[in-house]
Design a protein around this ligand. Structure first.
Ligand code: HEM
Ligand code: HEM
Length: 193
């Protein structure tokens, strides 16, 4: 069997798409677990350790989702096509909603961080120097109102996403997991590879 290529193919996602998908899934797990620990455990060294990297990891996730979107567009004609009919259309809408939230959730938080007027240096890298006269309420209000809410909505959507992968595999028996993980199934050798 041919090795997995860098680019996507109509049979499966390639190395770059997979690295972005699973790497970002791990970083999201870190973000959500940290916030869940903060809510459940409260002030504690473990909370401080996990949440201490929240803004930095979130900024990294915003950069990664922009790269992933660009890579997705560059591979749009090569990656596994969506299924025909309503289910395929819903899957595409679901993926678009995931992208929208992956972009909006950290963007609102960054706008709040900027509008607070305080210097912001994720992982020690100076991003905004800070300014006199903050906070600027129109920059901080959207994240105050919606950052957490939209983040938990993203988590709910991810749960639905994973549930659909299981439904495909266990109930409909038209596995889609092999597109994003592991090797291609033996019974479906692809002439393109
Ligand atoms: C995509 C990346 C991100 C995810 C998934 C995420 C997720 C979350 C979640 C689940 C909460 C808890 C809300 C609650 O208490 O119910 C939260 C809070 C918070 N996040 Fe993020 N976050 C991300 C990016 C960022 C970034 C980039 C920053 C800062 C620049 C940031 C700053 C904060 C702050 C200050 C809070 C506490 C105040 C609040 O609830 O709005 N987050 N985040
Ligand atoms: C255990 C967790 C996960 C599993 C098993 C999983 C599985 C999959 C599979 C099998 C596909 C390919 C679907 C197809 O070709 O129709 C896929 C695509 C996708 N997944 Fe996940 N996923 C997980 C976590 C996540 C998370 C945390 C996110 C985002 C927050 C996410 C966002 C996406 C998106 C946007 C796509 C479309 C392809 C792309 O542009 O990368 N997934 N996932």
């Amino acid at each position: 069997m041919a090795a997995l290529s860098w680019m996507d193919t109509p049979q499966r996602y390639g190395l770059v798409s997979r690295a972005l998908h699973w790497g970002m899934a791990a970083l999201f797990a870190w973000q959500f677990t940290g916030m869940a620990v903060r809510i459940l455990v409260g002030r504690h060294p473990v909370t401080a350790f996990m949440v201490g990297s929240h803004a930095g990891m979130g900024t990294l996730l915003l950069i990664l989702v922009l790269l992933r979107g660009a890579w997705g567009l560059a591979n749009a004609r090569r990656r596994p096509p969506r299924d025909v009919g309503l289910i395929g259309r819903l899957a595409q809408l679901g993926h678009l909603a995931l992208y929208a939230l992956m972009f909006i959730v950290p963007s609102l938080a960054l706008m709040r961080a900027y509008g607070s007027g305080r210097a912001f240096a994720p992982f020690g890298i100076p991003l905004f120097p800070g300014f006199e006269g903050g906070p600027v309420s129109w920059m901080t209000a959207p994240a105050n109102a919606a950052h957490g809410l939209l983040a938990w909505t993203l988590l709910a959507l991810v749960a639905g996403h994973v549930a659909m992968v299981i439904v495909h595999r266990v109930i409909w028996r038209d596995d889609v997991l092999h597109r994003m993980a592991g090797r291609a199934p033996k019974q479906a050798p692809s002439p393109a590879e």
